[in-house]
Structures are given as C-alpha cells and as structure tokens.
Design a protein around this ligand. Structure first.
Ligand code: MG
Ligand code: MG
Length: 258
C-alpha cells in the first residue's frame, strides 16, 4: 500500500523540503578549496536547528552526521570528516531535515572551484536526468516511466546508472514505499496517484555502473574510481504536472554570484 498525502500534508512536506533546499544553498556559499566536509556538516546542522527542525540523517540507522558528503568517486553516504576540499573536486551533498514531523530530503552535487569539462558535463546530465524523471511523475503514469526517463537521459550522455541505490517515497518517514529506481521499463511498477510523494534521486557514474562499499559501513564508491554525481528532488505526484517540493533556485542564485 502506498500512503497518499492530502493537500494539507503535501503543504507540510513542502515546508520541510523548502528548508532542506535553503540549507543546501547555505552550504553553497561555503563550498570552496580548504573547507572540510565536517565544517559543512556543522553549518547544516546549525541552520536546520535554527529553523526549528532536526537533522533527519543523524542517528538514522546509526549514521553519525547531518549530511552525507560524497567526494569525487564516492557515490553516496560519505561521512563528513576532516578531509579538506580541493580545487577540481566535486562533492555530492545529501541533506535531510524533519520539520513538524515531516521529512525533507534533497541532494546536489557541487563543483569545488574549477572542474574538468568532462566532469561538468556529468553534473549537467545528472541534473537533466532528474528533470526528465520529474516530467513524467504524473498521476496515471507508473514508477517505471520515471525510471526509464532518468535512465534514458543519463545513458544518452554515455553515463551509467547506479543500480544498488534507488529513490523512495517520503512522508513522516524518510523512506516509504515505493522504491523509485533510476533504471527500468516504461509501463511497469506502481501506478502513481495524486498525493503520492516520492524522492527521485539519480546517482550517475562517469564510468561503469558498479559500486563498492567501504569498510566504514556507509560510504559507497564507484568500482572504477571515476566520479559520480547525485541530484535529488522530492516530488508530489499530481494530475497533469508534478509538483516539485524541492527547489534548486536558491543554490543557483548563490552559484551564479560566485
Ligand atoms: Mg533520498
Ligand atoms: Mg537524500
């Protein structure tokens, strides 16, 4: 059974996801060479708590921090540390916050200073693949339609789609049914109805799709050591057009000024 949200509940999820959107924009100001990932984590935790919310990842399954910070060949679930970002790195920041009992969850991959053109293209395609998924996240379509749209866009750029990790429903819990894979066939999976809220979150690799789990029990890396990108929106399914609860506009405003 999928939990469909009322309009009022979607409104509450919009608030928690808006806070996460603003938290990521706050981080965008600080992402530069010399900054540690743990420093970013402190900024995010303080910002979330200052807005009457709590970090959703901290303590989730024993995860120690507010953010997942995944650098270069790290796909997701990187643990903030004293690693200092350096020119040419990319960092995927995944952030969750619970506001009034409702969870927000979003991710964005940032460039640290100037990055190689081939990596810039990976970021652009990953973000575009998310947007393609959003276009078909409408009532009457199926989850497989979203999966297919994401995969097609990513693979059209010559990239590969991570299989082991997928998107998910979201509500009072961070992870609710259904699973939302970033690969799949049109016309398959759950039929989406108005009120279903899902996180679409392509994890796209420059090289091969395979990943490896690090011994810290969390960090997932690409098996070939090549970079990986991750962008995530929370999306409320509606008739005719998806209602995207996350916005990257605050991030884009910060980045365009830098
Ligand atoms: Mg998620
Ligand atoms: Mg996330």
């Amino acid at each position: 059974m999928l939990y469909l949200k009322t309009d009022e509940e979607v409104g509450l999820l919009r608030e928690s996801n808006l806070l996460v959107s603003k938290t990521l924009a706050e981080l965008a100001r600080s992402i530069k060479p010399g900054v540690t990932t743990l420093y970013l984590d402190h900024i995010a935790e303080e910002f979330i708590r200052d807005h009457s919310a709590v970090p959703a990842f901290k303590g989730y399954g024993g995860f120690p921090n507010t953010l997942c910070t995944s650098v270069n060949d790290e796909v997701v679930h990187g643990i903030p540390s004293d690693y200092e970002l350096k020119e040419g790195d990319i960092i995927s920041v995944d952030c969750g916050a619970t506001l009034d009992g409702w969870v927000g969850d979003s991710a964005f991959t940032f460039a640290v200073g100037e990055i190689k053109e081939e990596i810039r293209r990976l970021l652009n395609f990953t973000r575009a693949s998310l947007e393609e998924g959003v276009k078909v996240a409408i009532a009457g379509n199926r989850i497989g339609d979203v999966s297919y749209a994401v995969q097609s866009k990513a693979e059209s750029g010559g990239y590969s789609v991570v299989r082991e990790l997928v998107g998910h429903g979201i509500g009072k819990k961070m992870h609710e049914p259904p699973e939302v894979p970033n690969f799949g066939k049109k016309g398959t999976g759950h039929k989406m109805e108005k009120g279903l809220v899902i996180c679409i979150e392509p994890m796209i690799n420059l090289g091969i799709k395979d990943t490896i789990q690090m011994s810290d029990g969390w960090t997932i890396k690409t098996a070939d050591g090549k970079p990986s990108a991750h962008f995530e929106y929370a999306v409320a399914v509606n008739k005719g057009k998806a209602d995207v609860l996350t916005t990257f506009k605050f991030i884009d405003e910060v980045l365009n000024k830098m």
